[in-house]
Design a protein around this ligand. Structure first.
Ligand code: ADP
Ligand code: MG
Length: 221
């Protein structure tokens, strides 16, 4: 039998890799996110998110925090100060609540990881008061957290928890296409929002897939 601890926790190196991969995928999808936000908002979501994650890369280059919680806190502070609009405070609060859930632990097991994701969702809800079906990033986060909890209950590894969360977030983002928006700028459009994906739900799905990719790559496993 091998060491049962291998692959059962995710440490600060994973969290740093998650942020680096997020920065990469947000940069790759910058124009796409701008276009989605142009359809139902003001067209700045891709630019806002890219600015925030590039600033995170600069912070990480200055020094990498030593716990996942501290990495999440670095992300929270940077996103709050660098990302304007609705998304900055929403993502900032998400990462801050994830940091609180992660505490000072050197590494997160599946249960703590799911708690951090639930904290992130709760932070978005506390800030934005959106419910599922209102065409916001909550439509990605809520199913992701539910899928993570189900995976934990089934005994999944952290990497498998994140894979389940990312898969659910992707489906959740796609589920916003036919919806009328009830929160944020897109709510001013009424039925004209139908047929367009919510940009924040799309960026959330990208970021959660980056978390799963970082875990699957073995960084910090
Ligand atoms: P702004 O709307 O100020 O231009 P962004 O374009 O950066 O900000 O972000 C828009 C995204 O923010 C939306 O696509 C949606 O996912 C998210 N959003 C807006 N309002 C809320 C809210 N009240 N709750 C949750 N998410 C929200
Ligand atoms: Mg916008």
């Amino acid at each position: 039998m091998g060491d049962v601890s291998v692959g059962r926790t995710l440490d600060a190196a994973w969290a740093v890799d998650w942020l680096r991969r997020s920065a990469e995928v947000i940069a790759e999808n910058r124009v796409k996110l701008i276009e989605l936000d142009r359809e139902i908002g003001d067209g700045d979501h891709g630019e806002n998110m890219d600015r925030g994650f590039q600033a995170i890369l600069v912070k990480l280059a200055e020094g990498e925090p030593e716990t996942p919680g501290a990495v999440f806190k670095l992300a929270a502070m940077t996103l709050m100060s660098k990302v304007g609009g609705a998304a900055g405070p929403l993502y900032g609060t998400a990462f801050l609540r994830a940091a609180t859930a992660a505490g000072d632990e050197a590494a997160l097991d599946s249960g703590l990881l799911a708690a951090a994701l639930a904290g992130a969702r709760d932070g978005v809800v506390a800030r934005g008061k959106a419910e599922v079906g209102e065409k916001t990033m909550i439509d990605a986060w809520a199913p992701a957290v539910d899928a993570a909890a189900a995976a934990v209950a089934a005994g999944a590894s952290p990497a498998a928890v994140l894979d389940a969360a990312a898969t659910a977030a992707r489906a959740g983002a796609e589920s916003t296409d036919p919806l009328v928006a009830r929160k944020g700028r897109a709510s001013y459009l009424g039925e004209r929002a139908i047929g367009h994906r919510d940009p924040g739900a799309e960026s959330s799905a990208l970021i959660l897939r980056a978390a799963a990719d970082a875990a699957a790559s073995g960084a910090g496993a």
